[in-house]
Ligand binder design. Sequence first.
Ligand SMILES: [Zn+2]
Length: 286
Amino acid sequence: MKPTPQYHPPVDAAERKAIKPVICYPVDTLLLPDMDTYAAARDTLKLTDALVVPPREALTFKVPKGHFFRIISTDGPQVGDLNLWNADDLKERFYSGKTRALHGTHLSTGDRMWSSFPHMRPLATITRDTLDWYGFDEYGGGVHDVIGTRCDPYTGRLLSGKDYHQCCHSNLIRALAAETGLSPAQAEMHVHDVLNVFMCTGFTLDTHQYFMKASPVRPGDFIEFFAEIDLLGGLSACPGGDCGEQHSSDTAPCYPLTVEIYRPDPDTLGNWTSPERSSYSGSHGL
Ligand SMILES: [Zn+2]
């Protein structure tokens, strides 16, 4: 939020504010995935695994590279908080900030989920999004954001003075600890900013504060990903439910989310190869 100004605008204020913005990272030609190959592979999908994430809980799942996975709304409008790691190295994980810088505040078909430094490669590519029709609404809201973080007990305590243990942050910690055998404290170091699946969010037009509103997701909607490397996923069914009113409590109606994993006919993937880590030397000038 910007406070009431304490300084008078300079004489050329209007001129300075009228400067046109430029896109920080133009990606129109550099980062286009081969969507035709993914589309051909989609026609051959065979379900290999499925799991149901209970409300106010999280589960982990593995997706081999070259496979697809879907997060599906089944019983009612529900938001999910998604973490992704390299299945063989938890230090390589989803980097929401750089993904936001490359693809914008909200993701959809054709966008990629990029990994942390020094790896920086696509972990997954979004291949289908049944909510792509939503675009941006009159409030500036969109679906599947990378601008929020995840609900957590620290912010809850800061703002309400109470402890709540079913936040997405804690749910993901318990799920990762169960998957890996790490202690909760060790697992917490690997839980990171999420892709807010199905969540409808934006920044208010006047103060640019982060807002949420009831998700437009309905049973049958799904978002689909192609795993570019071997992935470990963690998905929390947020205690906020559709995040239309509040989170970090047991108040909101909550529903499960289904994860389905699919194997395509490998022959349909053509020339696709799993992406290499960034080729930057790592010298940092030394
Ligand atoms: Zn949450």
